[in-house]
Unconditional design. Structure first.
Length: 162
């Protein structure tokens, strides 16, 4: 029997002038959501949502290590993101920078927390920008539609690991 996504939606809020908070519950245990979030071959399966093909997913999962993802969108253009890991608590918390390569001088700090209750995982990702303008540009980029698709795929990938 195929497993269905739990909700299909993440909640996006703006808790402060420079912040974006994404919260999503998954019908999968936290160790599987974390594994899908941090394993390159699994990231390639979910990160692009329905927007294209993830052609690169590099992860050096250690404090000071780097990550980079590249998506070739259906329109043929590439979109790249990269960053550096600042803090890692396996299965619980990751703090990393995030740079959209189209705006390389605008790094954000992303704190992602994985919590579990009754076999379900809540992922909360707080994105902190250096200014309201950067935050608003991020929101205005259309990121929410792609993120919603990616989160739905993340859930399916995590469930497939059970």
């Amino acid at each position: 029997m195929a497993t269905k996504a739990s909700s299909g939606t993440a909640v996006v809020t703006l808790p402060a002038d420079t912040q974006i908070l994404i919260t999503r519950e998954f019908d999968a245990p936290r160790h599987l959501v974390y594994r899908a979030w941090t394993t390159p071959e699994l990231i390639r399966r979910w990160w692009g949502g329905e927007r294209g093909e993830v052609t690169l997913a590099e992860v050096d999962l250690r404090v000071g290590g780097a990550w980079r993802y590249v998506l070739t969108a259906h329109g043929g253009f590439e979109v790249g993101f990269h960053g550096e890991y600042r803090e890692i608590v396996p299965h619980e918390r990751i703090v990393a920078t995030e740079v959209y390569e189209g705006m390389p001088d605008k790094a954000a700090l992303v704190t992602t927390v994985f919590s579990e209750k009754d076999g379900r995982t809540t992922l909360a990702s707080l994105i902190e920008h250096d200014s309201r303008e950067s935050r608003d540009a991020h929101i205005g980029s259309g990121m929410e539609g792609g993120m919603q698709e990616a989160m739905d795929h993340l859930e399916l990938v995590a469930q497939s690991l059970a």
